[in-house]
Design a protein around this ligand. Sequence first.
Ligand SMILES: CC(=O)SCCNC(=O)CCNC(=O)[C@H](O)C(C)(C)COP(=O)(O)OP(=O)(O)OC[C@H]1O[C@@H](n2cnc3c(N)ncnc32)[C@H](O)[C@@H]1OP(=O)(O)O
Ligand SMILES: CC(C)C(=O)C(=O)O
Length: 566
Amino acid sequence: MPFGKYRPFLDTNPVDLPDRQWPGKRITKAPRWLSTDLRDGNQALIEPMDPARKRAMFDLLVKMGYKEIEIGFPAASQTDLDFVRSLVDNDAVPEDVTVSVLTQARTDLIHRTIDTLEGFPRATVHLYNATAPVFRNVVFRNDKEATKQLAIDGTRDVMDYLEKVMDDDVIVGYQYSPEIFVDTELDFALEVCEAVMDIWQPADDREIILNLPSTVERATPNVYADQIEWMSRNLSRREHVVLSAHNHNDRGTGVATSELAMLAGADRVEGCLFGQGERTGNVDLVTVGLNLYTQGIDPQIDFSNIDEVQKIVEHCTRMETPARMPYVGDLVYTSFSGSHQDAIKKGFEARRKKIEETGDDTWDLPYLPIDPADLGRTYEAVVRVNSQSGKGGVAYLLSTTKNLDLPRRLQIELSQIVKNHTDASGGEVTADELWHIFADEYLPASEVDGLEPWGMYALRGTSMTTDEDARSHLTVTISVSGEDREITTSGNGPIDAFVAAIEQLGHRIHVLDYAEHALSEGRDATAAAYVEAEIDDQVLWGVGIDPSTMTASFKSIISALNRTRR
Ligand SMILES: CC(=O)SCCNC(=O)CCNC(=O)[C@H](O)C(C)(C)COP(=O)(O)OP(=O)(O)OC[C@H]1O[C@@H](n2cnc3c(N)ncnc32)[C@H](O)[C@@H]1OP(=O)(O)O
Ligand SMILES: CC(C)C(=O)C(=O)O
C-alpha cells in the first residue's frame, strides 16, 4: 500500500508547547455540553429526521438534561426551518435550555437564520467558515486575509441583523468556529478568533463561544490537547471565552480527544448521542459523560434509562447501535468467557457481603467498569453461557434466574455437562436452555415444561417419626421401574434412614457432601437440596427441590441414584 503519500500530521502542523500543563491535570467536573444531534448528527443521516423524529430527539435531549442544543441549520431547508419554528410555536423549549443554530458566513443565510429565531427568549447564533489551508486554497480560493475577513464580516452581519430585528429582551449569544481548526496554522486560528472577538466585544454577561473543531480527526489526541492548551493560553479576554471542543472520530479516538481537551482547558464539549455525525461521527456524548460518571463525577446528564435513550435515538436516526458500543451495546455488560464469569460471580458475592457488613457500596467489580443497574440494565444479561464459559458462568446464571446456589463441586460437574451441549451446538445456551439442561440431568421426576420424566427410581411418599433418642424411623414408598415398594428403616437422622432404605434396594451408598437452602421465602417456600454421593463406585451429585426440606434431601439422593444408571 502506498503509505508514502501520507505525511505525519506534526510535520505540517507543529505545536510549540514544551511546557505543556495538561498531562498533569485532572478532570474534576463536567464540561458544558452541547448536543448537535439535530445538526451535525442529522446532516450525516442517510435519511434526515422528519419533524416528528426531530421533536422526539429534542424532547429526549431536554429530558436527559442537555442545556445547549443545536437544533439545525435553518437556512439549509424548509424542513430545518419549519422545525425551528415549531419549537417556538409549541413552546417546547424549557427556560433553562438554549437552542443554537448554525449558519455559513453569507449575509443572506445569516439573515434567514436569524429570522427563524423570532419568538425564542434566548438562542445562540453559530457561524463558521473554513480557515484551514486546503480549504483556503481549494474550496474558497481565498488567501489568509480574505478568510479572516469572511469571519469578520459574518460576525458583523450577525450583530447588525440582530440589532435590527431582535427585541432587546431576547438574549442571543454568539459562537464562532474556524472549521478544521486542527489543520489551521495555530497562529492564524488565533488571529481569526481575535478578529472575531474584536467585533463581538466579549465582556461580562457577553461571552463568546470559540469552538475549535477537529472536523476531521487527523492526529493523536495529545496533539489536539496541545493545540487547545496553546489557544487557551494565547487567547486574549480568556475569562469571557467559552472554549469549546468539537471532535470527530475519524481515527477512532474522538472520546480521548475530547477528554484530553478538557484537561487542556476546554470548557465545553459538543457531540452527539452514540456518536452520530459526519463519517465516523461526532464524539459520543454518552461515552464522554459516562466516563466522567465512572470517575465519581456528576455528568449532569441523566443516563439512568440508557435503553430508552438507545430506542429513541435508533428510531430518530434509523441507525443501529453496535453491540460493542460503550455503555449501551447489547453485549457490553456480558461475559461469555469462563474466567471473566468466575471473577464477576465472585465480585458480586463479595460486594453483597461488603454492603451487608460495612454499608460501603463503592463499586469495585472485576470486568465491570460501571454498575449496569445505574443505567437501568439488569444483571441478568451480565453472564451468558457458550463454549467459552466455565462453571462460574453456569452457576451465576442458575443463581440469578433460579436462585439455585450450587456447591462448588456440583458446579464443576454441571459445567462439563453444559460444555458437552455447547460443544455440540457451537452456540450460546440461554438461561432457559440452561435450566432445561440442568433439570433434565438432575431432576428426573420434575414437571419442567417440555421434559419427559425419566429414571428407574421415584419417590412416592414418606412418613417419619423421631423417638426420644433422636433416632429417625422412616417409612418410604419408592417406585422401582414403575412398581411401588414400601420400605421401613431407621437411622441417626432422616438422611441416614433414607440411605438405609436405598441400601435395601441393593445399592452401596455413601454420602460425601450435602447442602441445602431455601429457594424462596414465606410459607410457600421451596427448598433445594444437593447431595454428593458414592453409589456403587460412582461419585456424582444429585439435586432435589421440594417444599419440604426433608423431601428435597431424599429427592436429591434419588436424583444421584438415577444418574448412576443413566
Ligand atoms: C463541518 C460542517 O459540518 S459545516 C455544516 C455543513 N452542513 C451543511 O452544509 C448542511 C446544510 N447546507 C446546505 O443545505 C447548503 O450547503 C446551503 C443551503 C447552506 C448552501 O447551499 P448552496 O448555496 O447551494 O451552496 P453550497 O452548499 O454548494 O456551498 C458552497 C458555497 O458556499 C461557500 N461556503 C461554504 N461554506 C461557507 C461558509 N462557512 N461561509 C461562507 N461561505 C461558505 C463555498 O465556498 C461555496 O462557494 P462558491 O459557490 O462561491 O464556490
Ligand atoms: C461547523 C463545525 C463546528 C463543524 O461541524 C465541524 O467542523 O465539524
